[in-house]
Write a protein that binds this ligand. Structure first.
Ligand code: AMP
Length: 425
């Protein structure tokens, strides 16, 4: 290895098998969401830092500690995107999508960047798939997104998922509630840990996320946002639940589920695969009706979610599952005559151009090694050409399953392989 070079800590090198799994997962996501009217959107990997700072909230972990920031040559402060939602809402506003029929429904897939403590399932460069519906406050959309997200997990073979659901009300509900919560934390100040006291000032809703058991016990009795939301927000939540119940979706109500970004309002949810342990959150989302205003747009409701591909992949690998189809090679060319190689490689290329997946030995293997290689790659057929066949301008096509052998003239080989692939030989 070239000395001094290695993948940055917290990033993955994607080897072919995993890349194929990643691609298959994203393709499945595309099929499910495009089948429900969502179109693909792509946004830049880097954006103005202010876009994320203003939307996620200065007190959020993502903005406070986790953003990768740099100054470009023009002296502008840029950030590598830590998530998609703010970029998608920016895209909606900047491209005048509010003039299209509402809601505008979009999905995306791509890399996100957060300077997080690295561990299994938590990386600094990771892949998210996400879906957003902007321009409608219909509770049916919140439920549709949850149901489609669950369909994606199920289509990949993940069961035993946990769905937690909550409502955090509207911004206007939150201030009086936060006063109540701060007062509760103050009254128990000596019984909670430093982190809870820190969150009390920064973002009191996050005090529920404490990892300290004693503090968690105190917070369990704290007033809950769910009891403080307006009648309108409560009615919205009841409707979301009825749309989920009608679909038979199982979920747990969790009044402490507030999510990490400040822009959420009303519905919030998280989906986990508990067997993953510490990093079991495989997807989460929520409504963000006030987000567009934070970046200078007209009030526009929106709702969306994101899922982490790497974590879902870990969950699948833990069950020895891969969403990628088996790598399928149709033909292996076993050539035991140096003079024959150029012509047979040319024929192999012609076969590839006709849709036949083919490869040849490139490692100077002897006869036995080449046949073994044909087996290893799961080729259905092997084309064998030695001195004798070359002298007669033919080759032997061997079926790896039945052992049946057919002599084929080199002039007809491409047609023969093509027909064999199409099942007409
Ligand atoms: P969030 O935007 O924090 O709600 O994250 C949405 C999903 O992205 C989570 O449920 C995880 O599956 C995934 N995710 C978030 N942060 C990371 C990370 N640092 N590494 C890997 N996956 C992550």
């Amino acid at each position: 290895m070239a000395e001094g070079f290695q993948a940055p800590r917290g990033t993955l090198d994607w080897l072919p098998q995993r890349s194929a799994a990643r691609r298959a997962m994203i393709e499945r996501f595309r099929q499910i969401f495009e089948g429900a009217g969502y179109g693909e959107a792509m946004t830049p990997i880097f954006e103005d830092k202010a876009l994320f700072a203003r939307t996620a909230g200065e007190s959020s972990e993502v903005v406070g500690k986790e953003m990768y920031l740099f100054e470009d040559q023009g002296g502008r402060e840029m950030a590598l995107r830590p998530e998609f939602t703010a970029s998608i809402v920016r895209l909606y506003l900047e491209n005048g999508l509010s003039r299209d029929p509402q809601p505008v429904r979009l999905w995306s897939a791509g890399n996100c960047y957060r300077f997080a403590a690295v561990q299994r399932g938590r990386y600094r460069e990771f892949t998210q798939v996400n879906a957003e519906a902007i321009g409608s406050d219909d509770p049916a959309i919140d439920a549709e997104l949850i149901a489609l997200q669950l369909r994606w997990f199920e289509s990949l073979g993940l069961d035993g998922l946990e769905v937690r659901l909550n409502t955090i009300g509207d911004r206007a509900d939150r201030e009086p509630y936060l006063d109540q919560l701060r007062a509760y934390i103050d009254a128990h100040s000596s019984e909670v840990d430093d982190e809870v006291r820190r969150q009390r000032d920064l973002n009191p809703l996050r005090a529920f996320d404490t990892k300290d058991p004693a503090s968690a016990a105190i917070m369990a009795d704290a007033p809950k946002i769910t009891d403080a939301v307006s009648d309108e927000a409560a009615a919205h939540f009841a409707a979301v639940r009825s749309f989920l119940d009608a679909r038979g979706v199982n979920y747990t109500l969790d009044p402490t589920l507030v999510r990490g970004l400040d822009y959420y309002s009303r519905t919030t949810w998280e989906i986990s695969w508990p067997a993953l342990g510490a990093q079991s959150g495989i997807g989460g989302g929520g409504r963000y009706d006030g987000l567009a205003e934070l970046i200078g747009g007209a009030p526009t409701p929106g709702v969306g979610f994101a899922c982490g591909i790497e974590r879902v992949l870990l969950a699948l690998e833990d069950q020895d599952r891969s969403p990628a189809p088996e790598r399928q090679m149709d033909v292996f060319f076993a050539i035991f005559c140096d003079a024959a190689r150029p012509r047979l490689h040319a024929l192999m290329d012609q076969a590839r151009a006709r849709g036949v997946a083919a490869e040849a030995d490139l490692a100077g293997r002897a006869v036995k090694g080449q046949m073994k290689q044909a087996d290893r790659i799961g080729a259905a057929l092997t084309v064998v050409c030695g001195d004798d066949e070359w002298a007669r301008s033919v080759c032997v096509v061997r079926s790896m399953a039945s052992g049946e052998q057919t002599e084929v003239s080199l002039d007809e080989l491409v047609e023969h392989l093509h027909n064999a692939k199409m099942g007409t030989a």
